[in-house]
Design a protein around this ligand. Structure first.
Ligand SMILES: [Zn+2]
Length: 82
């Protein structure tokens, strides 16, 4: 899970580790493996899970679940690897 903590920043809801910038968001209604997620082009302070290819409206994308590198909380942020 991730909370928006300001107009431009998302952080881990567990430890407030900053993990993504609003400017890097691709989609706020991405369908992740476990429900709705945010899709970002970049994220920071995270560990990246296994990559998988997903067919989206805009074509085939390679995405990965991300985890907070501090508390290991699974984030609802999904990272796209170009
Ligand atoms: Zn955390």
């Amino acid at each position: 899970m991730a909370d928006m903590v300001g107009p431009r920043l998302y952080s881990c809801c567990n430890c407030r580790n900053q993990i993504a910038l609003h400017d890097d968001i691709i989609s706020k209604s991405f369908q992740g493996r476990n429900g709705m997620a945010f899709l970002f082009s970049h994220a920071m302070n995270i560990m990246v899970g296994p990559k998988e290819d997903r067919q989206l409206m805009t074509g085939l994308h390679t995405v990965a679940d991300v985890y907070c590198c501090d508390c290991r909380e699974k984030s609802k942020i999904v990272k796209e690897n170009w």
